[in-house]
Design a protein. Structure first.
Length: 151
């Protein structure tokens, strides 16, 4: 993920470039997040790239800048074509994504910030390249966070 350098100001993008090669322009392909959304994390899966996106829209109470609204896991081909967009729990302050090296399944942690009336939760998801499933959720506080670590 990139922000600031060579990107339009105020947005985060997913930048795709093959290692050891350059496109005809020498620039990576930038994938723009959905309007009012921001990429929070990305990793490779068996097909291409999986990214977590948190959005302002859909937030029932807090408004602009909170990213407590709609949240999604997106799957892209290596060339940046969107394959799947799967909703996860409302609110995405931070995501950590890690790929299991032998199966290429992806673990995703969703840090849901504590803002009234929501309790802070950490959600742990698994994506096998086709299906997204919730593995567990934990009541969290500011001192601890569940991280996605390959097994």
């Amino acid at each position: 993920m990139v922000g600031g350098i060579a990107c339009p100001e105020g947005r985060d993008y997913l930048a795709l470039a093959r290692a050891g090669t350059a496109s005809h322009t020498g620039e990576p392909k930038l994938i723009d997040p959905d309007r009012s959304c921001m990429f929070q994390g990305a990793a490779f899966d068996r097909v291409g790239i999986v990214a977590a996106e948190g959005c302002e829209h859909g937030d029932p109470e807090h408004g602009v800048g909170s990213y407590l609204g709609d949240a999604y896991i997106l799957q892209y081909t290596p060339h940046g074509q969107l394959i799947r967009r799967m909703p996860i729990k409302l609110g995405l302050e931070q995501a950590v994504i890690a790929t299991e090296p032998t199966t290429h399944d992806v673990l995703i942690t969703q840090d849901q910030p504590a803002n009234e009336p929501y309790p802070e939760r950490d959600w742990l998801w698994e994506f096998d390249g086709r299906h997204l499933r919730l593995i567990a959720h934990y009541k969290a506080d500011d001192a601890a966070q569940v991280l996605a670590i390959p097994w």
